[in-house]
Design a protein around this ligand. Structure first.
Ligand SMILES: NC(=O)c1ccc[n+]([C@@H]2O[C@H](COP(=O)([O-])OP(=O)(O)OC[C@H]3O[C@@H](n4cnc5c(N)ncnc54)[C@H](O)[C@@H]3O)[C@@H](O)[C@H]2O)c1
Length: 215
């Protein structure tokens, strides 16, 4: 077991980390481009429920270049640079599994988070399609996992807040939020021989949230 830390906005450092892993193991089988950040407040101030007041701070007209560029740099450009560094080791071996994390927000606009997030995730999904097409002939697959609402440390860990969870589960057909364990099975499947003939797909894991409100 070995590990290396790199900032995905530093593409040179990212290349060195991935090259180092490939060198240490003699090959690179799987790349999981998962790093991402929360974009901060959107144009409404709550995640779910009837009370969703508009917030000036998140208004589109006030969106700063700095905020926009930071989210695109990590959530889209970081995926590009990670997949590119991995692909360099995969094409010649004619084998590889590239998995990226998108979001339900690539499909469904979530107004509680800033517009750059939807843009980055939708862009990452179509980048995944492009990579999948280019590399299909080389035995390399590219697929995406699109989570709904998960309890992680993103955005300062707001998803750990019981009030936020209570509001959101009323909109999720399975009536519970996602936990990191809910991702594991799909991540392993997309890295395993069982998914060999699947490429260019985004699979949403959201307890049915994207389908609509049930009961
Ligand atoms: N939590 C959710 O509800 C949710 C929903 C949809 C999609 N996602 C996506 O899931 C992925 C993982 O996020 P998470 O929810 O586990 O949040 P998290 O904050 O717990 O984990 C994000 C990870 O990305 C890393 N990271 C952030 N910026 C980085 C950078 N510049 N360079 C290298 N690493 C960096 C962090 O160190 C952290 O390990 C992200 O792409 C996120 O957009 C999360």
């Amino acid at each position: 077991m070995r590990g290396a830390v790199a900032d995905v906005t530093d593409h040179g450092a990212l290349d060195r980390a991935i090259d180092g892993a490939a060198e240490a193991y003699g090959r690179l089988d799987v790349a999981f481009a998962n790093a991402g950040i929360d974009p901060g407040v959107g144009f409404v101030g709550a995640w779910a429920g009837g009370q969703r007041p508009r917030v000036d701070e998140g208004a589109f007209e006030l969106y700063t270049d700095e905020r926009w560029n930071r989210v695109i740099d990590i959530n889209l450009n970081g995926i590009f640079a990670t997949a590119r560094a991995a692909a360099r080791h995969m094409r010649s071996r004619r084998f590889g599994r590239i998995i990226i994390t998108t979001s339900l927000a690539a499909t469904k606009v979530e107004p509680a988070i800033g517009a750059a997030y939807m843009t980055a995730k939708a862009g990452a999904r179509h980048l995944m399609h492009t990579i999948a097409l280019e590399f299909a002939a080389y035995g390399i697959t590219a697929n995406a996992i699109a989570p709904g609402f998960f309890v992680t440390n993103i955005g300062g860990g707001h998803a750990h807040n019981p009030e936020v969870q209570a509001a959101i589960v009323s909109d999720i057909p399975m009536h519970r939020v996602g936990q990191p364990d809910d991702i594991k099975g799909l991540a392993l499947f997309l890295a395993a021989p069982a998914s060999e003939y699947i490429t260019g797909q985004e699979i949403i894991i959201d307890g049915g949230w994207g389908l609509g409100v049930a009961d």
